[in-house]
Design a protein around this ligand. Sequence first.
Ligand code: NAD
Length: 478
Amino acid sequence: MTGTTAEGTVRAHRARDAMYIGGRWRPARGTERIDVLDPATERVVGRVPAGTALDVDDAVRAARAALPGWAATAPSDRAAVLAAARDLMVARRKQIAATVSTELGAPLAFATAVHTDLPVAVMGSYAALVAEYAFEERAGNSRVFQEPVGVVGAITPWNYPLHQVVAKVAPALAAGCTVVLKPAEDTPLVAQLFAELLHEAGLPEGVFNMVTGLGTVAGQALAEHPGVDLVSFTGSTAVGRLIGSIAGSAVKRVALELGGKSANVVLPGADLARAVNVGVANVFANSGQTCSAWTRILVDAERYDEAVDLAVAATAKYVPGERIGPLVNAGQRERVLGYIRRGMEEGARVAAGGPEMPEGLPTGYYVRPTVLADVTPEMTVAQEEIFGPVVVLMRYQDEQDALRIANGTVYGLAGAVWAPDEETAVAFARRMDTGQVDINGGRFNPLAPFGGYKQSGVGRELGVHGLAEYLQTKSLQF
Ligand code: NAD
C-alpha cells in the first residue's frame, strides 16, 4: 500500500471498517465485507464494509436532517468550506495519488497529474463559482430563486474514482444540497480519504455521508430510497437505464453519465501524425478506461495506411507495467480480451498488441495496448464500448461518409476533429451528435459542460451547467 515519489514514500489511505454517516465513522449494520485489490499485484490491500439498505437508510436520514441548515447557509460560507476542502486535497496530494495508484493500478505519475490534480481543479472551480453565482434573478414582476434540489444520492464508478466523486459532490454542496455517496466497490479507499478531508474542512455533520457497498445492494437501495430527491449516476449504460427507470417511476430528478464510443475524425489536409499520436495517447491513458476516450480513429482512404503505421509506432511507446497500468480487475481484463478476439473473428486486423498476455508480467490484470485496423462500422468493436487499451482505425470515403460513421453508434459523449483550419473543423463538429468535441487537439477544460447525447446520458457535469443540475427554480410574483 505505498507509492514512491521523488521525495520518498507516501502511504495510501488505510481502509476503515466503518461508514461515514452523520459526521462520524460508525460501524456498518451488516457483517459482509468487500476486499479491495491492487490490480498490479492482485493482492488484497484493504477491506471495507458492504453496506446494506439499513446503512443507506441511516445515511439518507442524516442527510435529510442536515438539509434545512445547509440549504440556508450563505453561498460565501459554502464557498469557504469548498475552498478549505480544496486546500486539504492539495496538502494530501501525494496520499491521494498513492491511494488511487494502489486501488486502480494507475502509474503514479498519471495518478498524480490526472486522478489527483483534476479533482483539485474541479473542487477549486466550485469554490469560485458558488461565490459569484446568481441564485436570484428578476423576470418582469417576478423574483426567481434557484434553490437546492434536496438530498442527492451519488453513485460513482471506479475509472476516475476521485474525479467522479468530486464532479458530483462539489456542485451538490455548492448548490446547498446534502449528499449520500455510494462509491464503486473497486475503489472505495480514495472515497474514504475524501470523506476524511471533507470532515477536516469543517463540513457540518450529515451534509456529506458515505456508504460503501455493492451496486446491486447499497447502490440500488440508494436509488430507490424515497428520501432521495435526485440520483446522480455515472457508470455503464445498462445500470444507467435501470436507475433512470427507478427515478422516473418515483418522479425524482436524475442525472446519468454513461458510456461512449467517441470518434476521432481526421479530415483531409489535417496534421495526420499529430492527430494519430494525440489520439492514441487519449485512448491508452488510464489503460483505456475512459468513458470519453476517442476509441475510433476515422481517416480518409488515401492516408489510411499511413495512419495505421503511425498508430503502430505510437503504440510501441506504451509498455505495460511502465507507461500503461493494468485494468482494474480480472473481469474487466476478460471482457476486453473478449472484444479483441471478437474483432479478429469479425475480420479486423491486429496491427499491434493482441489478446496474448504481455511479456514479463505474470501477475496483474494487464492487456497489451492494441490497434485494430480494417474495422468497418457494423463490427462489434466499432459499436460497443470496450473500456480497455484498444483503438480501432476506420476508413472513410468522403466527409459525408465520415459524419455517417462518426454518428453511427448509440453513443454520443465526446469526440475530436482535426482539420487544416479551425472553421472546417468547427463546421464538422457542429454536425456531430455528441456532447463534447476537441478541435485540433484542444485541451481538457474543467469548466466546460461534460455529458452525453443519445445513450451516453442525461444532464451535464462540471462548471456552471454542473451546478444547475442540483438547483430547482421558484418564482415569486409581485
Ligand atoms: P457500473 O455501471 O457497473 O457501476 C457504476 C456504479 O454503479 C458503481 O458504484 C456500482 O456499484 C453501481 N451499481 C451497479 N449496479 C447497480 C444497481 N443495480 N443499482 C445501483 N447502483 C449500481 O459501471 P462500472 O463498471 O463501474 O464503470 C464502467 C462504465 O461506466 C463504462 O461503461 C463507462 O463508460 C462508464 N463511465 C461513464 C462516465 C461518464 O461520465 N459518462 C464516466 C466513467 C465511467
